[in-house]
Design a protein around this ligand. Sequence first.
Ligand code: 13P
Ligand code: SF4
Length: 353
Amino acid sequence: MSYSTRDQQALAEQMQDRLGQLVPSPEIQLKAELVSKINRLKLERNAVILGHNYMEPALYHFVADFTGDSLELCRQAANTDRDIIVFCGVRFMAETAKIINPSKLVLLPSLEAGCSLAASITAADVRALRQQYPGVPVVTYVNTYAEVKAESDICCTSSNAAAVIASLQSDRVIFLPDEYMAKNLARQTGKSVVFPEDHSNKADSIRSLQDTIIGWHGRCEVHEKFTVEDIQNVRKQFPDVVVLAHPECSPEVIEAVDFSGSTAAMIDYVKTHKSPHFLLLTECSMGDNIIAENPEKDILRLCSVRCPHMNQITLEQTLQSLQRLQYEVDLPEDIRLRARGAIDKMLAIQPLR
Ligand code: 13P
Ligand code: SF4
């Protein structure tokens, strides 16, 4: 047996140990071949692979150099000294990496990896909102494209949104584009929430808005599918279940759960809390990734719900990305610089205690 064949066999055994309860054995052999090709090429190309928490388990556990939520991966992209960043996530995340580390070649393994939230708003929409609400600061969720970030005062992610809003010390804030997250933040921070169509042409009522979040009607096509009924059904069957949800879920769902937080906050919660069962209301691969690391935890998930964008990033696409150096993410410099201002302000914010 050659050295590399032995290496690959050892890798397949490690993968079997970790992923055996999630992935059928013949598939593990195939995945081990792809993983070893990717990891070899990654070294040759001096690349770093960043993997979002929603990546499939083999990619997440055996390929990514760093894993995490949007905020953590943004920090890792800023700090890397490798020549190439392969972003195993969706386009807005890869754009964020390019915005903060422009001298690197940033690659996104699929052109199909979009996001329904990012697609819900344009730069022209933000400019129109600024005209409608002069002087009101604009906070943009990181799930947006660079042109939209460039029109914003500051960005936020699901893990720092409340701290970002608090940092503005303004009783009125425009929060874009996630309708549900705006409503959830309003509840959390004791503000009310309105939408632009509620009072177009009513300048007086706009001036009198106090302690208000002005929202937009973008939604995550994955998290909007979860319902209170889903939770009730699972609680009936497993009365001692602890339910966790991402803040992109509806306010009714968030009110019915035990914990809401970013993907990283949910992973930490499951790792550090004891419960006979956890129900995760988020993209299904994340549950798989937690099980692979914590096989003693019983993770329930509603697995009809996959993100069709995150799903595009496979081992095969990641290998091709490194082989062909595709698909390069590039941005016009003026947009990049303005977007960078909004991201830098976010990165300077300390978390709320
Ligand atoms: P996180 O920042 O919590 O990882 O969320 C990103 C995302 O796209 C959730 O749907
Ligand atoms: Fe966008 Fe939702 Fe997919 Fe996250 S899960 S990338 S918010 S569509």
